[in-house]
Design a protein around this ligand. Structure first.
Ligand code: HEM
Length: 456
């Protein structure tokens, strides 16, 4: 037992000499949340781990995530800096322009404020035509090559994001902007798998090469689509988009006194534009994959959703956002997708800025604090004893809690959540209206196929 400043650390599994709880972490499990859930049952709402000297706190209740990330948000909103293996070769440096990794400083606040204007609930109306257009393209692709559904949905989400951000039309294949962004994402994912965080991991030449390649692609991902919008504006043929609007605001601010407003420079516009793709593509794609999986495993739910679509939309048109208020079951189904298998099951860790005391326990500065999203969204008290079952009906009941924890916590809550919700809705409604989703052959897919990592 450890005692610091006269107070105990929160409870957790026994630690080994030097490595702490390293061996307890289920790094290669396809269901790591099961281990954390057992710890929750054994130790309670706070579980403390130490991985080779690094403190990790897992928070298991809605009450405590709200207390820490909201009420004490001023000290629970940092992101991890240095100390990780990836920093040795500047992987972080490759993306330090993105607000996802920034400390909560003035620059981060400015980036978030601009992003929230573009992606806030009320701004969604301006993106919906684009989202509807790409959902129709998705249907055509699915019709011609149904087995390519994973690639088609990723392409549709990428096109939705890139067109609303840059106003660029995306080619069906070999689009240069998509290729650059995809390579940057591929390298980043490869280098940030959990195994890379283990200090015993030994950096090698391949890692160094990938790190320098990542830097090149992360810059290209930021610069190239931005340059295309600038050129289109100059030529007078830019489609309206987030970036074109910001560039126009920038031009009008430099023509006049900007009244003390914060400056919108090229670097800021480029960084926010690329962050939208970086943070939005994999997350939304996984949510759509969870939807396909659930529809295969729960055919009665699929039928119930299709019956609602047929009743509300009839047979003469395809679903649009105008239909949304009349589709309670589809909305409940989208919520259930986010709840049943949360895309980021452990949340993105926040870092504690200074020593703190929680419920009489001492928590040291620098602790990585994770809201255990999977557990909050599978709480039997909140969602009932069948919380492991995919059942949209639970969201039709009065007073049931939304799956908000799926989008993180406090000051760092996902600013793209309304966009994600809109993309998920239009894809779910359009696909279910048009197709039956069935397994290939008689074998049902297994729930063991989830990949360990931040995004699962
Ligand atoms: C189903 C889809 C999505 C899920 C489940 C999701 C989930 C999350 C989570 C868990 C976080 C971490 C929040 C925290 O630190 O507590 C996050 C952050 C973020 N998300 Fe999303 N996200 C999704 C889609 C999107 C989209 C479409 C965008 C952009 C259009 C986006 C932009 C961001 C950004 C910029 C951050 C970083 C915020 C910050 O660090 O201040 N996300 N998201």
């Amino acid at each position: 037992m450890f005692y610091i400043q006269g107070l105990k650390l929160p409870p957790g599994p026994p630690r080994h000499f030097l490595t702490g709880n390293l061996r307890d972490i289920p790094l290669s499990s396809s269901k790591p949340w099961e281990t954390y859930d057992q710890w929750k049952k054994r130790f309670g709402d706070l579980v403390y781990l130490n991985i080779c000297g690094k403190s990790l706190l897992v928070v298991n209740s809605r009450h405590l995530v709200s207390e820490l990330f909201n009420a004490r948000g001023s000290i629970y909103s940092e992101r991890f800096q240095s100390t990780m293996a990836c920093d040795l070769y500047d992987v972080r440096g490759g993306f330090d322009w993105s607000l996802v990794l920034m400390s909560p400083n003035e620059t981060w606040r400015h980036h978030r404020a601009i992003l929230q204007q573009h992606l806030g609930r009320t701004s969604m109306v301006q993106h919906q035509v684009t989202l509807e257009k790409h959902s129709m393209t998705l249907l055509a692709l699915l019709f011609h090559k149904p087995f390519g559904f994973l690639g088609h949905t990723r392409h549709a989400i990428g096109a939705m994001i890139l067109e609303s951000t840059y106003g660029l039309s995306i080619q069906a294949e070999n689009d240069p902007n998509v290729e650059v962004a995809e390579r940057a994402m591929e390298l980043l994912t490869d280098m940030l798998t959990p195994v890379k965080y283990i200090p015993s991991w030994s950096p090698g030449t391949t890692f160094k090469q990938k790190a320098s390649e990542l830097k090149i692609y992360s810059l290209a991902m930021k610069n190239e689509p931005f340059a295309a919008v600038k050129a289109a504006l100059k030529a007078g043929n830019a489609s309206p988009s987030f970036v074109s609007t910001l560039l126009e605001a920038q031009a009008s601010a430099s023509d006049s006194d900007n009244g003390g407003k914060e400056k919108i420079d090229d670097e800021l516009i480029k960084s926010i534009g690329a962050t939208i793709y970086l943070a939005g593509i994999d997350t939304t794609e996984v949510a759509v994959q969870v939807f396909f999986l659930a529809m295969i495993l729960y055919p009665n739910t699929q039928r119930a959703a299709q019956e609602e679509l047929e009743k509300v939309i009839g047979s003469n048109s395809f679903p649009t956002f105008k239909d949304r208020p009349n589709l309670p079951y589809i909305n409940a189904l989208c919520n259930e997708v986010l709840r049943w298998h949360p895309v980021v099951p452990f949340g993105l860790p926040h870092v504690l800025k200074q020593d703190d005391v929680i419920d009489g326990y001492f928590v040291p500065k620098g602790t990585l604090v994770m809201g255990f999203t999977w557990s909050l969204l599978h709480s039997e008290e909140v969602y009932g004893s069948d919380s492991d079952v995919f059942n949209p009906d639970r969201f039709l009941k009065e007073g049931v809690k939304d799956p908000d924890p799926a989008f993180g916590y406090g000051r760092r809550i996902c600013p793209g959540r309304y966009m994600a919700d809109n993309m998920l809705f239009i894809i779910v409604a359009s696909v279910l209206y048009t197709f039956n989703i069935k397994p290939d052959g008689t074998n049902l897919p297994s729930l063991d196929g989830f990949m360990p990592g931040f995004i699962s």
